[in-house]
Design a protein around this ligand. Sequence first.
Ligand SMILES: [Zn+2]
Length: 344
Amino acid sequence: MNPFLFKDPSLESYFRSVILFGKNSASYKFALAKSLLDVASDQSRSFVPLEELAVPFAFHICDHLKLNDKQTTAKSSTFLKACQDYNDGSITEDQLISITTKYGFVNVLDAFHNVNQNALPVSFFDSSHPGSTKGIYLTDDLYRLLDSTQSFSIEQEIEARWRLVETAWSLQLPLQLITIDHDPVNNDFFIHQTDQHKRIAITSSRPALNGYQKGKCFYCYCDISVITGSNQLADVDHFIPHRLSRYLPFNLDGVWNLVLSCQACNRGQGGKSAQLPHHSYLQRLHSRNEYLINSLHPLRETIINLTGATDQKRISFLTNIYQMSSDLTGPATWFTEPKGPAVF
Ligand SMILES: [Zn+2]
């Protein structure tokens, strides 16, 4: 079992595993995940006909085609062609919905609950259709997920993951040359294409990281948020303090070193701030990074490029850099009591 689920087999983790750990040969799972959240916002229903589901589903894809014309690794798709035609104004909305109903859901409904060949033990919808009208039945598990404090963040996490994947697809580069960088001023991720001296902004870094920490503070496991304006808005924290950059031959703005922290853990009196955290957190950082490795491109390649190709090399990398850091700062004592169960 994926350790991500083993540690915390909750509805939120199952839903996140679909988004974060899928094989992703097309963006249909992202569009379906967003559409499920859309149609379930009307709490009173359970059956959704396919032609109704087709509306948000097609429009999510149309919106992303405007950002990025690469939405699959396959050569062609009748459904994607229809979305492109709609964006170009050459077919009507009715035609788009009709084609989506017919072709858009081929495979994705059956595949949604499969993550790397394993069927999830929960279902957020049921697509078997005993009646004559094709559609899906929304399950109680989906509504329970929506009731959880995590559901608002999950919508942004889908969007962030989608942006990362489609950007990786669209770059005509070998995957090992793709590295995500972090802009600490805007808190977003970008790809720097050295050959073209181009910087491509991808997504805000908070929702891109949040799912791997299950919406919890890296240090104390309390709930955090990625929604701008929330009083629980997470801080993006450098595990190895950024101030050591000038002494260490490593990119401390790399994804491997960025964690989300609650404001209490990061700021003010008793906060970690620019300190090196206690050694006992190093294993947690490694586990979190392994979740990123298990997520297909481009985060996987980024972590491998920066920290090593094997589990053992990555552990050595972290141990080594931690040792160099504590040689500079003196023994690290910052530690905080957990406020919740160790879910990652
Ligand atoms: Zn905290």
